[in-house]
Design a protein around this ligand. Structure first.
Ligand SMILES: Cc1cc2nc3c(=O)[nH]c(=O)nc-3n(C[C@H](O)[C@H](O)[C@H](O)COP(=O)(O)OP(=O)(O)OC[C@H]3O[C@@H](n4cnc5c(N)ncnc54)[C@H](O)[C@@H]3O)c2cc1C
Length: 270
């Protein structure tokens, strides 16, 4: 199928893009197009206007703030994150997850902002943001930039805190504390497929943040929990995984327990 006809604009500044959104309630933003274009081709959406963010240079880039936090522009390609030495040093969990996102060709185009705004429950980046307490900066015409914590950004199945007029501008990952360790494990049918279940953990001392994705409608975070031998079982017991054509709830529940155990072992260096 081909998409329904639409108007196309490619602004060069954020203000211009915000203005176009404010004037066109039905407009859609185009980032890497890796999720949006299939949606348009299947005519699951038929927006009258596409606002292409690709020429707004200010929306892309990776930098570190004076306090050590990592700031990533929404239009930064996944491949740039994967290849970034700064990301590897400043957030090793984010770096570890990147090769699991689709295939290299898709990571060449796909952006971090597009992935977070799309909010697929089986996507890696939403879970990493939640596990790391990332903050998302969001712009809207006529309003001050607002910041939303990742744990509050994902509202439900493909649903986020973004309103139709909003543009996700950047993501800030707080500084990675000395001594923090991480683990990342997922199971998918083939490499590059979305995860059936995945687990991202950070460990600081005897406490862990555990983010489960692919199981419920949004990434599920278990924050600052004391590590104990029953932890993986307890996490699985508190999740409410769905059944779908990929896997039953029972199978996902088993996976949550096994993958949580493996992610914790990974974080402990075993
Ligand atoms: C075969 C295949 C396999 C894939 N496998 C995986 C996988 O394993 N894991 C995974 O995580 N992803 C996977 N993806 C999805 C891929 O990562 C996409 O790149 C990503 O989900 C969307 O990013 P994008 O930049 O292409 O956004 P687009 O497709 O351009 O946009 C997606 C949505 O986000 C909105 N949007 C984009 N940018 C912004 C912004 N700055 N502010 C507000 N709204 C915005 C758009 O309007 C649209 O609704 C796969 C895709 C394909 C085609």
């Amino acid at each position: 199928l081909k998409p329904a006809a639409f108007e196309y604009r490619a602004p060069r500044t954020l203000d211009e893009a915000l203005g176009l959104l404010a004037d066109n309630a039905e407009a859609k933003l185009l980032a890497g197009g890796q999720s949006l274009v299939p949606v348009l081709n299947f005519r699951l959406a038929s927006p009258p206007l596409l606002v292409d963010l690709n020429r707004i240079a200010a929306l892309a880039g990776i930098s570190q703030d004076a306090d050590g936090s990592l700031r990533i522009g929404a239009m930064t390609r996944n491949r740039a994150l994967e290849k970034s030495e700064l990301v590897r040093r400043a957030n090793p969990l984010l770096h570890a997850a990147m090769p699991y996102i689709a295939h290299a060709q898709i990571r060449n185009r796909g952006t971090i902002g597009g992935s977070l705004a799309h909010a697929d429950s089986a996507a890696e980046l939403p879970a990493i943001c939640v596990a790391c307490d990332a903050e998302l900066s969001i712009a809207r015409k006529g309003s001050a930039m607002r910041t939303v914590r990742a744990a509050e950004f994902f509202k439900g199945f493909f649903t986020t805190a973004l309103e139709p007029n909003d543009i996700l501008v950047s993501i800030r990952f707080p500084a990675w504390p000395a001594g923090r360790r991480h683990g990342f494990v997922e199971l998918s049918r083939r490499h590059g497929d979305f995860a059936i279940v995945g687990v991202a953990v950070t460990v600081q001392g005897d406490k862990a943040n555990i983010a489960i994705f692919g199981a419920e409608d949004v990434p599920r975070l278990f924050r600052n929990e004391r590590i104990n031998p029953e932890m993986a079982r307890s996490v699985a017991a508190r999740c409410k995984p769905r059944s779908d054509h990929h896997a039953s709830a029972e199978y996902r529940s088993e996976l949550i327990e096994v993958l949580t155990r493996r992610a914790l072992l990974q974080a402990s260096g075993k």
